[in-house]
Write a protein that binds this ligand. Structure first.
Ligand code: NAD
Length: 497
């Protein structure tokens, strides 16, 4: 059986810990590797390696760091097919989607190629007579990232690319469900010229995470995953005096106004509801049909959900791959059961799917519910599977209230042809990322990604200028050169006269 180890100080590191996790190919439903689970000693080795690299890396000119980013980008392009295949093998998403997700990570690399400009400070001449002042942004030190299974390439790249380009050293603890890719990325960074110890991968579970987020040498913790764990990471890391950003779960709504283009709506809901088997934090899981448009929407949607092509992600004809694990498949199925017992109408039932040659795979066909109400469990909780709920709403105000009353605030979109409605909605919704006739409003690398409410704990979103601010600290220098003027000791706050 293949063993997945760790990547520390520029090379594979083999732990003496005898704890392992199982890694599966979800399309086949077969175990394909053992991933080593790090203990406190392994975490200590990674931290020592990052610490040793920091002095030199943080004083490496930003232009040199930028050239390593350029080279890394070239290597990502060179190896794109191999990287995407690795994502598909362990995660299950279709290959074209895997390429898209690695590409969205690569766009963060492209953004950070501009690091000399991005971290430029500010300068003021004569803040007092013959006194100048400037501010600059400096790296924090050792930063830690903890990432979820659903984007094994993109989400880690939101973090470590920004952090290391800004001059930090980084330790990543990827999801134990699909960890292989991170070792590959570590080797590509090395090939791009990144010094040993600047980027490290420590595999593991809660034990590794707890050792990392409480370690006195760690300055910042960046987390993406489910809300209960995000909240735990936020509180524990803050208690240990770390800077922390912790992004959590979601329940993203599409508001469909009566004047919307229903073909465009159906296209948007199919891709964003069922793409990646609904395992995206920006997946649309609730369609709110406003003002009597529900029947017409169902008429368009139902046959398309029934016709969804489900199968292994490496089949180019397939639109939706399997779920990540047997446990997750049974959890999503139990949500479908709860929708039925709560009284929602299950119009398309994907529970009994069986694929020839993939009978053990973790497949679920697309599921579509109508007449879902806000008191039902399938409305309140994140399902993270290919289950779309249609909620009927009388008017714009009640649709807006649904969105604003929900505990999550990651993404939302409104489909309408009316500019006033779109503007009122984008202005009044309590959500971090808003689409107008765009199904998955994921901000590009040069903007920032982050939700509101219980979808993000902390002050900073990921990448863009928010990412630069998170991974750097501000220093302001006020300077006067001796010029022969001596005014003697001053005992008052300096002010301009
Ligand atoms: P998860 O919370 O189970 O795991 C995320 C990470 O936390 C993993 O590395 C895991 O090993 C670690 N972890 C799990 N339990 C832990 C514990 N008790 N203590 C310490 N660490 C622990 O999430 P997942 O199932 O891998 O990913 C799916 C979730 O991630 C969904 O809720 C999804 O919405 C969310 N997500 C959010 C965003 C976003 O940007 N907001 C992006 C992607 C995924």
């Amino acid at each position: 059986m293949k063993k997945i180890n760790h990547f520390i100080n520029g090379e594979e590191y083999i732990s003496k810990s005898n704890r392992f996790g199982d890694v599966f190919n979800p399309a086949l439903g077969e175990k394909i590797a053992d991933v080593s689970f790090a203990n406190d000693k392994d975490v200590g080795v990674a931290i020592a390696s990052a610490k040793a690299a920091f002095t030199s890396w943080s004083s490496t000119p930003p232009l040199t760091r930028s050239r390593i980013m350029f080279k890394f980008k070239e290597l990502l392009l060179r190896d794109m097919d191999m990287l995407a295949a690795q994502v598909t093998e362990e995660h299950g998403k279709v290959l074209s989607d895997a390429v898209g997700s690695v590409t969205r990570g690569m766009e963060v690399v492209e953004f950070m190629c501009g690091v000399p400009h991005l971290i430029k400070g500010e300068f003021s001449e004569n803040v007092g007579r013959n006194i100048d002042s400037w501010s600059m942004r400096q790296p924090l030190g050792i930063c830690v990232g903890i990432t979820p299974f659903n984007f094994p390439a993109m989400v880690p790249m939101w973090m470590f690319v920004v952090a290391i380009a800004c001059g930090n050293c980084f330790i990543l603890k990827p999801s134990e469900k699909d960890p292989s890719l991170l070792i590959t990325l570590g080797n590509l960074l090395k090939e791009a010229g990144l010094p040993d110890g600047v980027f490290n991968v420590v595999n593991g579970d809660k034990e590794a995470v707890d050792n990392l987020i409480t370690h006195p040498d760690v300055s910042a913790v960046s987390f993406v995953g489910s809300t209960p764990i995000a909240e735990y990471i936020y509180h524990t890391s803050s208690k240990h005096n770390k800077r922390v950003q912790a992004l959590g779960g979601a329940k993203n709504h599409m508001i469909i106004m009566p004047d919307a283009d229903l073909d465009q709506v159906a296209d948007g809901l199919m891709g964003a509801g069922y793409g990646s088997a609904g395992e995206r934090c920006m997946a649309l899981s609730v369609a709110v049909a406003v003002g009597g448009i529900g029947d017409a929407l169902i008429e368009k949607l139902q046959p398309r959900v029934q016709a969804l092509k489900v199968g292994p992600g490496n089949d180019p004809e397939v639109e939706m791959g399997p779920l990540i694990s047997a446990a997750h498949l049974s959890k999503v199925k139990s949500y479908v059961d709860s929708g039925i017992s709560d009284g929602a109408s299950l119009l398309v039932d994907g529970r009994d799917i069986s694929l020839q040659g993939y009978e053990k795979g973790y497949f679920l066909g697309g599921c579509l519910f109508d007449n879902v109400t806000s008191d039902m469990q399938i409305y309140k909780e994140e399902i993270f599977g290919p289950v779309l709920s249609v909620v009927r709403s009388d008017n714009f105000d009640s649709a807006l209230n649904l969105v604003n009353d929900h505990e999550f605030g990651n993404g939302v979109t409104i489909y309408t042809r009316d500019g006033d409605t779109a503007r009122a909605f984008s202005n009044q919704c309590q959500i971090g990322m808003v689409g107008i006739n765009v199904p998955i409003p994921v901000p590009m690398a040069f903007h920032s990604f982050g939700g509101w409410k219980r979808s993000l704990f902390g002050d900073h979103a990921m990448h863009g200028m928010e990412g630069i601010r998170f991974f750097t600290k501000l220093k302001t220098v006020t300077s006067r050169w001796p010029n022969g003027i001596r005014s003697g000791a001053e005992f008052i706050m300096p002010t301009m006269k």
